[in-house]
Ligand binder design. Structure first.
Ligand code: ADP
Ligand code: MG
Length: 686
């Protein structure tokens, strides 16, 4: 079977699996037939030859042509020893690895495996084909700067231009000259291909697109006011009027998706009475357990049934679901937006790009002709959607990128070869923030604290809070808080039962701290055994809380791994919440504000007037607060706040509150007042 150059040719292979020595299973033959029908399979030899001949190859092909599942395997079979393939999304890495292991008829975690944050299903020696998130590969590079374990690296979904993929591309460009045996494949779904070939010094481009069927695009005549309603009606219309074929619809996030699934399931219970076939409703988003994720790939059952998959952007290019004939595209997605002048990074629901809209439509035409319903006007498509999305590196704060590069031993940030260099403003903001947080010193070198912080795949402020928490003897509480800050709002407040909901919330309130209140909610949830009924009685979102339990477990084990002790003053200790508030301040030290009038506060340094968010439990107007986030809605608000004592500001190891750094103004006066009070108090007690 071996063709002499390490290439195992399955056309002439026997009925024994060359990797296990076992006879092939029935599933193997079934999947083998499917994969041979993929467009990429025809191009197999061309791909292998190109990768052998060149150091970098750019491979472009429509979503669903088989790039992710097939190309890494071709290269493994062509004799590469260790192949790694990156994915921007966790869910894609897991799902694809699972599929490839099935196709090769091997156990997942052995020859084929995956590694995502907090979850490693691979074997250090035996795994030769590994799917990883792009962030994980970067993390591997912390230990192994040259990525010397791998002789073949595939950067998949490069068109998504995530932060980590962009950094990896720069890193790999640096590594290529020093590792002559390394081969790299950049895979993308059609877009920005010139960008990639130019960046990698005129790397050859292979196009493996297969046949695509026509997709009929239907626009709305009038702008849609309520896209949720519109989506629901469209699904009903398709199910009642249009011929067989599954539906894929795009929404912005978990909450919206679960909501829609509930509405659609309600509808699906009524269809049988009207003589329609069954409608199966399936959610798809990254926090969904793996077994549920896999369900979207199963054909609707019995024949005549229709499946509707309600997905986030993950179904745009990362995952291909076969049999989709109808796509419903409301035209929105959540995306990160950063404003360096206010230092505010937010995840906002915003219009998608024309490129995204085209990708979404394409999902309807993979296996036969289809229809895409765009829930916006043709005019809006042309005038309101930008042509393509900006790469993430231009849209987010760069603190983590800087920490990552420093940890990779790359000191010259200015000359690092980014595909799209970030704005200087944003870079300076990041350096400044890291300096004040104590992660970088005056010479822009990583401090021991910074080295530790770089290990955490979290926002730098939360990271500093965690790393500092043992010093305040409240790391148990801090870990809980970090988990709660990573999930959507846990408080449910239906408009028609708002008073009732508010009254229930009172039970958990710690009056000087929204942060402590969150910890109380979490602890009560655990005490009640994660009971969903208890949650609904108390107007709490049990899904978000379960998610927090999961994240907490992972964070706690990270802390342990890093030798940071898990400790608590005890639930009855009178200073428990004081410790937590100080600890929050140690992380969010750049996000403080002082009271000016009514519910208004002024942020330190930037001197913006902001209101205390109406949801805050802090009502006694403390002179100083630390806040978790800045929300821009109808007004400017700070949300999730805790009272702090101004003298704490001067006890932090940071230059941020050094008076000499302030021009005359409200902030300086407020700090001077605080410093004065501190001095008086000291003398009083001395
Ligand atoms: P590409 O990367 O080019 O978008 P993929 O390699 O992801 O294409 O997909 C190729 C085929 O494999 C598709 O038909 C897809 O439906 C199928 N496939 C991929 N992952 C799974 C999975 N986890 N379960 C079932 N089918 C899958
Ligand atoms: Mg893919």
């Amino acid at each position: 079977n071996d063709t002499g150059d390490g290439y195992v040719d399955h056309e002439t292979a026997s009925d024994r699996n060359p990797y296990t020595g076992q006879p092939f299973s029935d599933l193997y033959y079934e999947l083998e037939e499917k994969r041979r029908a993929l467009p990429v399979y025809q191009a197999r030899q061309r791909i292998v030859d190109a990768v052998r001949r060149h150091r970098v190859v750019v491979l472009q092909g429509e979503t669903g042509s088989g790039k992710t599942t097939q190309v890494p395997r071709f290269l493994l079979e062509a004799g590469f020893q260790r192949v790694v393939c990156t994915q921007p999304r966790r869910i894609a890495a897991v799902s694809v690895a699972t599929r490839v292991a099935q196709e090769m008829d091997v156990c997942l975690g052995d020859l084929v495996g995956y590694t995502i944050r907090f979850e490693d299903v691979s074997h250090p020696k035996r795994t030769r084909l590994k799917y990883v998130t792009d962030g994980m590969l970067l993390r591997e590079a912390f230990q192994d700067h040259m990525l010397s374990r791998y002789d073949c690296i595939l950067l998949d979904e490069a068109h998504e231009r995530t932060l980590s993929t962009d950094v990896l591309m720069g890193l790999i460009k640096n590594i290529l000259p020093v590792r002559p045996a390394l081969h790299v494949v950049v895979m993308s779904a059609t877009l920005e291909r010139d960008h990639f070939t130019t960046y990698f010094n005129q790397a050859p481009l292979l196009d493996v697109s297969g046949r695509m069927y026509p997709v009929d695009i239907r626009y709305e005549k009038q702008p849609v006011m309520d896209y949720i309603r519109a989506v629901e009606e469209k699904v009903q219309y398709i199910h009642e009027q249009e011929p067989a074929g599954d539906i894929l619809l795009f929404l912005t996030g978990e909450e919206e998706i679960e909501d829609m699934c509930q509405r659609l399931r309600y509808y699906s219970r009524t269809v049988a009475k009207r003589g329609l076939g069954p409608l199966h409703v399936l959610p798809l988003y990254s926090a969904l357990p793996l077994s549920h994720q896999q369900r979207v790939f199963e054909p609707a059952n019995p024949p005549g049934a229709r499946k509707v998959v309600v997905a986030t952007n993950v179904a745009e290019t990362s995952l291909t679901i076969d049999g989709i004939s109808y796509v419903i595209d409301p035209g929105f997605a959540k995306s990160k937006i950063y404003n360096p002048s206010t230092r505010v990074e937010s995840l906002l629901v915003s219009p998608i790009s024309q490129d995204s809209a085209k990708q979404r439509a394409g999902r309807a035409g993979r296996t036969r002709a289809g229809v895409c319903y765009r829930l916006y006007t043709e005019d809006a498509f042309r005038t309101e959607l930008q042509e393509r999305s900006y790469p993430e590196i231009l849209r987010c704060n760069l603190c983590n990128v800087v920490l990552t590069l420093k940890k990779l031993g790359i000191d010259d940030l200015i000359h690092f070869d980014f595909m799209d260099p970030p704005a200087p403003d944003t870079m300076i903001r990041a350096l400044e923030t890291l300096f004040y947080l104590g992660a970088l010193d005056e010479n822009v070198a990583l401090t021991p604290l910074g080295t530790q912080m770089a290990e955490f795949p979290l926002d730098v402020q939360i990271t500093r809070m965690l790393v500092e928490s043992p010093r305040y003897r409240c790391s148990e509480e801090a870990v809980t808080l970090a988990a709660m800050l990573s999930v959507p709002n846990v408080f449910v407040r239906p408009r028609y039962r708002a008073d009732e909901a508010d009254a229930r919330k009172e039970r958990f309130v710690v009056s000087d701290s929204d942060h402590a209140t969150l910890v109380c909610v979490f602890e009560a949830f655990v005490k009640h055994d994660h009971d969903a009924r208890w949650c609904s009685e108390n107007f709490l979102n049990d899904r978000a809380l379960l998610h927090a339990v999961n994240i907490r477990r992972q964070l706690a084990s990270m802390l342990k791994q890093m030798g940071l002790p898990l400790c608590s003053p005890g639930i009855r200790a009178p200073d428990r919440w004081v410790r937590l508030r100080r600890c929050v301040l140690a992380g969010f030290l750049m996000q403080t504000a002082f009271w000016v009038r009514r519910r208004d506060y002024m942020t330190i340094r930037d001197e913006q007037v902001v209101g205390l968010h109406p949801s805050s439990v802090v009502r006694h107007r403390p002179a100083w607060v630390v806040f978790h986030e800045f929300v821009l809605t109808t007004g400017n608000y700070i949300r999730t706040v805790s009272q702090i004592e101004p003298e704490w500001l001067f006890e932090l190891s940071t230059k941020y509150y050094d008076l000499t750094e302030y021009k005359d103004g409200a902030s300086r006066r407020a700090l001077e007042l605080a410093a004065g009070l501190r001095k008086m108090r000291r003398h009083g007690t001395a």
